[in-house]
Design a protein around this ligand. Structure first.
Ligand SMILES: [Zn+2]
Ligand SMILES: [Zn+2]
Length: 289
């Protein structure tokens, strides 16, 4: 599999000199799994991915599967600017979980392109778009199997596990450890729940929410995000090989994210896990499995 990071930021796009290394676009990750083209989240990074796909496919039609973690703005705001969705002949299968409000996935996508917010409607996108509400059954696409479970976030949010030829990547963003497994004073995670363990276990690459430093987390408790210490605790317990820190806070400059990357790796060594590699996601970064 090949993983490409088109958007690494959480909450709101943060362009500018201070974020030029780790990137300012909101969440979007592309995974090539053999012949299958899989996209995770449609944050503002999706616009750049669209340009890249147009170049790569030239006049050939594009078929891809787009998996949405949830429909907070930073995870869908790139979709109205996804140029391949305006081209007839292209085909996108869009998958997501159940919304808390009972709206279907297509209603949620239509909503952000309502005339009050955007000049072009969803129905004017000329590609074939199919919307699929996931109901717990694993998906098989070519040689890839995708399983998923709900994370802990203020709205229903899915984390995805992608398995292909014996290798595993997990995309799990916008997740806060449930309060019963976080120590109330130290904020350390004691153990992970069985659902998450199943999702994360034995992963080669875990792309995980790690929005806050340990110091910041207590002030942001309940907002649905993890600290670097939480992400590392999960990764170590689930025997992950590479932890990719993701969903960078909009207030975090490149300097701060670099320090968080170093602190996470040092902490892994203190915890006695010298086998795990910790890195912060950079826009434009490509990893191969
Ligand atoms: Zn988010
Ligand atoms: Zn969110």
């Amino acid at each position: 599999m090949i993983v490409r990071f088109w958007g690494t930021r959480g909450s709101i796009p943060t362009p500018g000199h201070a974020t030029s290394i780790f990137g300012g676009n909101t969440t979007c990750v592309e995974i090539e799994a053999g012949e299958e083209l899989l996209i995770f989240d449609a944050g503002s990074g999706l616009r750049e991915l669209g340009s890249s796909l147009n170049k790569r496919f030239r006049n050939k039609s594009i078929r891809a599967s787009l998996f949405i973690s949830h429909t907070h703005w930073d995870h869908i705001q790139g979709f109205p600017f996804f140029e391949p969705a305006f081209r007839p002949g292209n085909h996108f299968d869009i998958y997501g979980g159940l919304s808390n409000t009972g709206k279907t996935l297509d209603q949620l996508f239509e909503g952000q392109m309502d005339l009050d917010y955007f000049p072009v409607s969803l129905s004017q996108m000329a590609a074939t778009l199919t919307f699929n509400n996931l109901d717990g059954i694993p998906l098989t696409l070519g040689e890839a199997t995708i399983t998923y479970c709900y994370l802990n976030h203020p709205t229903n949010t899915l984390g995805y596990r992608i398995e292909h030829q014996g290798k595993v990547i997990v995309f799990a963003t916008d997740h806060e450890p449930p309060s019963e497994i976080v120590h109330p004073v130290t904020c350390h995670v004691n153990t992970i729940s069985n659902d998450f363990k199943k999702l994360f276990y034995g992963t080669e690459i875990l792309i995980a929410d790690s929005q806050y430093t340990e110091k910041e987390y207590p002030k942001c408790r309940g907002w649905g995000h993890s600290s670097i210490a939480h992400a590392l605790a999960y990764a170590v317990e689930a025997k992950v090989k590479k932890l990719v820190l993701f969903h960078h806070d909009p207030t975090h400059t490149d300097d701060i994210v670099t320090k968080m990357e170093v602190a996470t790796q040092e902490r892994a060594i203190i915890m006695g896990d010298t086998g795990i590699e910790c890195m912060a996601a950079r826009e434009g970064m490509e990893l191969e499995l």
